[in-house]
Write a protein that binds this ligand. Structure first.
Ligand code: SF4
Ligand code: SF4
Length: 227
């Protein structure tokens, strides 16, 4: 890790990001990486007490002001600030916050897709995989993390990462708890598309597939006592 990596990591920690990974995206199609060789993947862990509240409330309704929405907003703001700092140092940088993608016109509202989803960068970071719930899963947080990303040509030190494979196995809890029947129980690998895993048009963001995932529950249990 070089001095720039360390400086960025420290700044993001000061802004309460829980992790940052430095990822090679140079192998991607230019429409995806927009000519940038590297991406910074930024993550904020979702408060385990909030996860427990949703878990224990069968009728929980996700709102644009709940802790999940706030974490998503915060990670976008952190990405915007980081991109601004890199640009002020003379590098090129592109935040992939919701606002930045709308400005760049690279989010398709019809298909609900961006040209380079944070989850694609997350998978390339080698720190997790996509679950049958279509969420990024890590050993540390399960599915309880909000992701952001910044693309850049800054001279970062980048490690080679092996792509992790799905650890879902025969589990189908997320598929079975989904009230919309939006999940298909498909095991992810790099050749599986989002639409094979989930019908995004049916998803109502109830968060059940996130909070009931055993990997998320393991994260909760490490922090609080479950019922
Ligand atoms: S958030 Fe809710 S509706 Fe959407 S896939 Fe997960 S369980 Fe189903
Ligand atoms: S609930 Fe089970 S199948 Fe769904 S993502 Fe979690 S581990 Fe995978």
């Amino acid at each position: 890790m070089n001095d720039l990596n360390k400086e960025i990591e420290q700044q993001l920690r000061n802004e309460n990001a829980d992790f940052v990974h430095f990822v090679d995206i140079s192998m991607l199609d230019i429409r995806q990486n927009r000519g940038f060789p590297y991406a910074l993947l930024i993550g904020i862990a979702i408060n385990p007490h909030f996860i427990k509240t949703v878990h224990d409330s069968p009728d929980y309704v996700h709102t644009l002001s709940d802790e999940y929405a706030q974490a998503e907003k915060r990670v976008g703001m952190i990405a915007d600030k980081l991109a601004g700092r890199l640009i002020s140092k003379g590098y090129k940088a592109l935040s992939q916050s919701d606002n930045a993608l709308i400005t760049e016109n690279t989010f398709d509202f019809t298909t609900k897709t961006s040209v380079l989803p944070h989850k694609t960068i997350a998978v390339l970071s080698g720190t997790g995989y996509i679950g049958k719930n279509n969420l990024f899963i890590t050993a540390e947080y399960g599915a309880a993390q909000c992701l952001g990303s910044v693309l850049t040509n800054a001279p970062l030190s980048i490690m080679e990462h092996e792509i992790k494979s799905s650890q879902c196995g025969n589990c189908n809890i997320c598929r079975d708890v989904c009230p919309q029947k939006a999940l298909n129980g498909v095991v992810w690998d790099m050749n599986v598309s989002r639409d094979e895993i989930v019908n995004v048009y049916d998803c109502v963001t109830c968060l059940k597939c996130l909070v009931y995932c055993p990997k998320t529950k393991a994260y909760m249990k490490r922090h609080i006592t479950m019922k």
